[in-house]
Design a protein around this ligand. Structure first.
Ligand code: HEM
Length: 320
């Protein structure tokens, strides 16, 4: 089988983790980068159809992004149980702050959609909330990896892990988020808008590439990840060329090329991101088989399905 997958149960969880994480990344990238884009347009007071469409879609896509976070969250716990829970407990209430931040961000997006008067304030608050949530996930990721520092963190009662690696990692994410936002936003866009989005995506790709190159040069720890890093590089270059083509001929096939290349880069990037952590997978523990709980699962499934059916009926009734 192709590295990093083998015939173990953990490989199945790993594959599901990577795919569900990639989906989560696309949706939250649209939300985080889209909120900043709409904020800049609101501050410039310019009539911008991309910003208008983005504002309309943001609340729905935040809901979709949060829901798509549940999948990788479950698989992450199966793969790295001890590390995940320890990092959660060490960060404690500061980690729990992501929940009110998300609730605040949700309301801010609705306010930005409904009120022109409060738009800038609402989008500024939304951008701050989503920035905080992205930073928190990056910090949690770093705490999970730093088991040598757990004892010191606990003894000092620290809730923050101010590791220098957090900043370049967030900068890479900021670039990736711009490129992913532009890819999704370009599909319903006009020719002139696609040109602007191409410039945005290329800026994002340059930020990603330059920050990764600087971080690698400083740390001197290049890991080809069994060729996945090369695949990521080739796919990112293909995406950049696709954007160049789109800028040149906005209605040509460039956007399809760049979307396919961005998808390949995202999946390869998910594997490269996971490579340093693979040795830490808890083998033998990562299985739900034999843990029981089937009756509880069946009952919650039925309750969930009934709740969704009720919501659909209510919405249909309101629309009529
Ligand atoms: C707008 C809200 C959110 C944003 C902007 C966001 C952003 C991010 C980012 C940037 C990462 C990657 C961290 C890194 O590699 O350093 C990440 C990872 C992740 N996020 Fe989100 N996220 C959001 C909400 C959520 C929610 C609500 C959930 C759960 C329901 C979730 C689940 C996850 C999981 C499981 C990971 C993987 C963590 C790991 O592998 O260590 N996210 N998120």
């Amino acid at each position: 089988m192709m590295w990093p997958f083998d015939a173990s149960t953990e490989s199945l969880w790993l594959a599901l983790y990577l795919v569900s994480f990639a989906l989560h990344a696309v949706l939250v990238s649209y939300v985080a980068a889209g909120t900043v884009y709409a904020l800049v347009a609101a501050l410039r007071r310019s009539a911008d159809p991309i910003a208008e469409r983005t504002r309309d879609w943001l609340p729905f896509l935040l809901g979709a992004g949060i829901t798509a976070g549940i999948g990788p969250l479950l698989f992450l716990q199966l793969l790295y149980q001890r590390r995940f829970y320890t990092a959660n407990l060490l960060m404690g209430p500061r980690w729990g702050a992501v929940v009110p931040a998300l609730i605040l961000g949700f309301y801010a997006l609705y306010l930005a959609k409904a009120s022109e008067h409060r738009r800038r304030l609402a989008l500024g608050a939304g951008a701050a909330c989503f920035g905080f949530v992205a930073w928190s996930w990056t910090e949690l990721h770093q705490v999970m990896l730093d088991d040598a520092g757990w004892r010191a963190m606990y003894a000092a009662g620290e809730r923050f892990h101010l590791d220098a690696a957090v900043l370049p990692r967030l900068a890479i994410w900021a670039g990736a988020m711009l490129a992913l936002f532009a890819t999704v936003a370009a599909w319903p866009a006009s020719a002139a808008e696609r040109r602007r989005l191409a410039a945005l995506a290329l800026t994002g790709l340059i930020i990603c590439g330059a920050t990764s190159a600087i971080a690698l040069a400083i740390r001197r720890d290049f890991d080809p990840a069994h060729g996945w890093t090369y695949l990521l590089g080739i796919a990112a270059i293909a995406a950049a060329l696709g954007w160049g083509w789109t800028a040149h001929r906005p209605d040509g096939p460039g956007l399809s090329v760049t979307t396919a290349a961005t998808t390949a880069a995202l999946l390869a990037g998910a594997v490269v991101r996971e490579a340093p952590r693979l040795a830490l997978i808890e083998h033998g523990r990562a299985t739900a088989v034999g843990s029981g709980g089937l009756p509880v699962f069946v009952v919650t499934l039925a309750v969930g399905a009934a709740a969704i059916a009720w919501v659909v009926r209510t919405v249909r009734g309101a629309a009529e």
